[in-house]
Design a protein around this ligand. Sequence first.
Ligand code: DPP
Ligand code: ZN
Length: 875
Amino acid sequence: PQITRLDDYRAPDYLIDTVSLEFELDASETRVSSKLKMRRNPEGQGGPCILNGEYLTLVSIALDGKTLAGNEYQRTTDTLLLPQVPASFELEVVTLIHPDQNTALEGLYHSGAILCTQCEAEGFRRITYYPDRPDVMAVFTVTLIADAKKWPMLLANGNRQASGEMEDGRHWVRWHDPHPKPSYLFALVAGDLYCQQDQFTTMSGRQVLLEIYVDPENHNKCDHALNSLKQAMRWDEDVYGREYDLDVFMIVAVNDFNMGAMENKGLNIFNAACVLASPETATDADFYTIQSIVGHEYFHNWSGNRVTCRDWFQLSLKEGFTVLRDQQFSADMNSAAVQRIDDVDQLRSMQFAEDAGPMAHPVRPDSYIEISNFYTVTIYEKGAEVVGMLKTLTGPEGFRKGTDLYFSRHDGQAVTTDDFVKAIEDANQLDLTQFKRWYSQAGTPVLIVEAHYDADKQVLELTLRQSCPATPGQPEKQPFVIPVAMGLLSSSGASLPLQLDTETSAVDAETRVLTLTEQSQTFRFIHLTEEPVVSVLRGFSAPVKVKFERDNETLAFLMAHDRDSFNRWDAGQQLLIQIMLRMVEQYQSDKTLDLPEILLDRLQHVLDDPSIDPALVARMLSLPSENYLAAQMTIADVDAIHAVRKYVKQQIAQRLKAGFNTRYQALNQAQVYEFNASQMAQRSLKNVCLGYLMATGDPMQTQRCLKQMKQADNMTDLLAGLRLMVDQPGPEREHALRAFYEQWQHDRQVVDKWLTVQAVSDLPDALFRVKALLKHPAFSMKNPNNVRALIGQFCRNNPVHFHAKDGSGYRFLAEQILLLDKLNPQVAARQLGAFNSWRRYDAERQALMKKSLSDIAGAQDLSADVYEIVNKYLA
Ligand code: DPP
Ligand code: ZN
């Protein structure tokens, strides 16, 4: 396979002004006729006209109305070359494609009874010959022709222009999108669907029709997405000044989808799991995710569609910025503190691992084999942190000035991350040259903090140092610009003045941002009459690992008193990690496990404090995951971590039992389910309490759990109960699983949860069960959600079983990946991620993982997707 490099970027040689496409839709053979108005690009290299095209049956090509003979063009498996073309011309191409044979789910494919498309990043070339690159933007007119009974709804991008009936029982609809767009934003859908409608009036008073299309059986699961959409549209007007620009905005739910959702212009296509919700079938987490994804895809209308990417190395231009936007949206709609905690938790557990592994890449990568492999947590989540730091450095108003300039300067263009940073610079008269290293250097920087207090001088010296480990292809790193939000606390928890020795007065705030630009800098805080407790990286102001030696008492103090709720939670997590890693050492050397009193005492206070948001209490009482603990060790010891985590949970449960009981009872009040921050907070704490109560091993608690499941009128409480039941041996477990399946077998989203609960369970026969479930009628290897729910969850979130000493988990994954690769390379390559940290385990496990990786690498006809990742892992 070929490597594509950023340095090789060249402007396109030909541009397209207008595209007119006609589809004669049919599941087994669809005929695509395209008419492209093309012209030579004055900024191009003067090369020949080359179009991309894969898996296409060519019927005919005509240039300016004249059919070309076979010797007037050249074809390879993925290109069409026209050696002789005038400076401007019309190209007509007719091709045939086969949606029902398309299991890769790229291009036009069949999902249930729906025909739909997925073109990002390079799927359009599976539909017709085209310069399939984001810097070719054109105005599309699309005519869809199909059997009127089978496919009564025919949707494409833009506004509906005309429609009609044909004599042979077919009908047609023509769509026109006035906004020039790259081919990756093209979409069409044909189906027999239920449509729920609504209206939105934009800030300038225009009426927009909103439509959600779903399978008829899901007609009662559209309200939440529709509400979320209206919230997102209003929010983007209020916060970023962005107004919607077509007469209609459509969302379609499909069951088979590689990603979460896709922002096609005016016609978003969603993985059904990321749009359908009712209280009975979706958990709070689902409701939350749906709101954020509906927002995310909608926000792309400006950050991605109106202003798009010049090339795929710039993917984070739209994704990092849009993730930041959806995070801000969720924070504004719900709880900002909870949002930040959850975002950082995800970043640290997923992205830090990626950045420390063989696939580590910069936010703007400089080469790839398969671009689909770069839809990563680094591009998305770290990219969002990088834009978030720009916001911290410029302040909310300066940032808004910058984004306004970016949108107005580049509307209708395909641009780069440099262009984005330039707009922020120009709007704020800043020099961000050094800051841009965040885009070009991979790896997670380490921020080393040292504090020294001089009582005589009443001065605190705070020394900040940075370093960044080597990553593949980048042995040395230059210093980053690291904004460090910090504050100082007195022994009673009050904020102390923040005055540097270079300043004439203290800043009027309890948090200030120090900007570290050198490898090491010392900041001197003056007029401090007592030794302060230092709180650093408040709100997680930079995506770095903090090394700051603090004893258990200091962390416990911050957990109680920090003024920043993120840092209160984080101090608790650091305390837990510090204690649990010590216990892992004790476990490894057969010593008695010692759980310090101070932790139990602190957790007791948190549990009993009615002034803390229950959602924060729930998070402060949640132990770091086994995977995250493993990532803190030089050699990850899965068994020791598992044992210690279980022990700590039991100890906390025993000690705080009365408190858990009281809070559970107080929170377990019957109420009509609503999706709002307060109800979600209550349910999350209630279910954390139930989890601890179950960990006491008291049979009474099992009865309570079963009772909760029986009485639950919502999936949050039901699933929380089921998860706990499944980790307990006994007949009730099997009964609970069976009853759940019987009740919900008709609902795909719920069945996926049922698969996951078993995949991540603590049972000794977990792998055996997972293998049995592969043959269950509810499972299909062709459905990405099924694969992720069962295989993906087992391999990523069941570390003791995946890393079983005999290598059975590794062999299982290797076998499944090879099977999947034949069906759906993108999904296959994703599953490889479970091997990301393989070099961080003991020698025996490393050898076993290496063997499984080598088995994959040695297989015949690997896709480029799997080839790239497996070879980078083994390199
Ligand atoms: N659909 C994916 C997303 O919105 C890729 N653009 O992030
Ligand atoms: Zn996106």
